[in-house]
Design a protein around this ligand. Sequence first.
Ligand SMILES: Nc1ncnc2c1ncn2[C@@H]1O[C@H](COP(=O)(O)OP(=O)(O)OP(=O)(O)O)[C@@H](O)[C@H]1O
Length: 466
Amino acid sequence: MSHSLWHDCATRLQNELPAQQFSTWIRPLQVDFERNTLFLYAPNTYVMDWVKDKYLKQIITFLRATAGDEAPNVELRVGGARKAPVPAASPVINGSSEPEISKEPKPANQPTARPQPNTADRPISLQHSNLQPTYKFDNFVEGRSNQLARAAALQVAENPGKAYNPLFIYGGTGLGKTHLLHSIGNGILANKPDAKVFYLRAERFVQDMVYAMKHNKIDSFKESYRSVDALLIDDVQFFAKKDHFQDEFFHTFNWLLEGNQQVILTSDVYPKEIEGVDERLKSRFGWGLTVAIEPPELPTRVAILERKAEERKIKLPHEVAFFIAKRLRSNVRELEGALNRVIANVTLTGRDITIDFVKEALRDLIAAQERLVTIDNIQRTVAEYYHIKVSDLTSKRRTRSVARPRQVAMALAKELTSHSLPEIGDAFGGRDHTTVLHACRKVKELIESDHEIQEDYRNLNRTLSV
Ligand SMILES: Nc1ncnc2c1ncn2[C@@H]1O[C@H](COP(=O)(O)OP(=O)(O)OP(=O)(O)O)[C@@H](O)[C@H]1O
């Protein structure tokens, strides 16, 4: 029995489940085989129970379909494959269609004599929450790409310390991670105005620590960070290769989790894929719930534009919003920038917002997007086309559903950009240039022999070159 059996099963699940469900519940599972049993290790009890409740039947069916009578028994456990089990950090989810939070407090796993932080002397930085009041759930447009992240964020805002702890939100730049993070903070404060909620970027944690060390105030640094009810840390990928700071953060993080104080983290990559961050810290990132925010699909991009225009009291005709959303695909920040430009032009000229007007106002932006086919753009387009995630293209996964699109994307990058083979390899998760060369040859060969790939390649090429 081999791991490839699980790979096949996971691939089928990936094909059948919405991307967010797959990355939230199936992707974090680690596997191990022993005799005739497949052990699936979940990062915590509620992921385990959720998988058991929602997907176990399907998993067994898929395993039987592939291995017949040889199909292994399946056992779900909490922990890591062939590693010391990771203790459960949060309460169990019950079996309704959306994750619900048990109202039971977390089993006490706190040290018996937990010294109370000295909050009187707090010279470092936690005097203010740093929250941006305009980032709220109310003005966060929901779409397929961010639905689960938003739902989890809402639960945490309503049950801080009791729902998912930590909550880890990851996704590319300008997709709304910071917006959601502040929304949680604002949500917690709306329910409990005296809660100590603190938002900061990981970089700031490091700066504070440097300051504290310099001024001999490390104890008060620790105390202030440990006294919060909710710590919201943006961009934790910044901790990469900063071992000393990681160490301190690790202790602060544990302290908070043990005290049922809420921790919410964001990063631009899946936690396990953050390079240069200690394994034990990465594993702890996954104790709660990890959710992805994907680039918004066309209808969400349209809805975001319409919503932002409405907030600015600007009448943006639907077909114009559609035109902009179709032309500018990369992220929400870019869409907002384009809308601001349109609004500025309208204010200056007093003209109506029509497609022609927008074409003119955004001419350079649209031209740049059309001319400049970047590897990033190719990866996003290919991922969208094959209904996989961009991170799959750069990951080490080799299942066919991911490997073939990756090869297609590499071949497109070779054809449509002037990047060298090693540069393309780098952009696809640090792969060797020979892998890229092999992908280009393979795709060329398939275009001649496989009608479907031929059509895929042509469609993608057309989309990217428009
Ligand atoms: N779903 C959404 N609805 C409304 N506005 C959104 C949405 N997603 C993103 N935005 C807006 O897009 C802009 C960029 O979002 P944000 O700063 O949260 O991105 P990010 O993922 O944190 O990016 P980075 O990784 O670069 O920090 C913000 O102004 C935010 O309000």
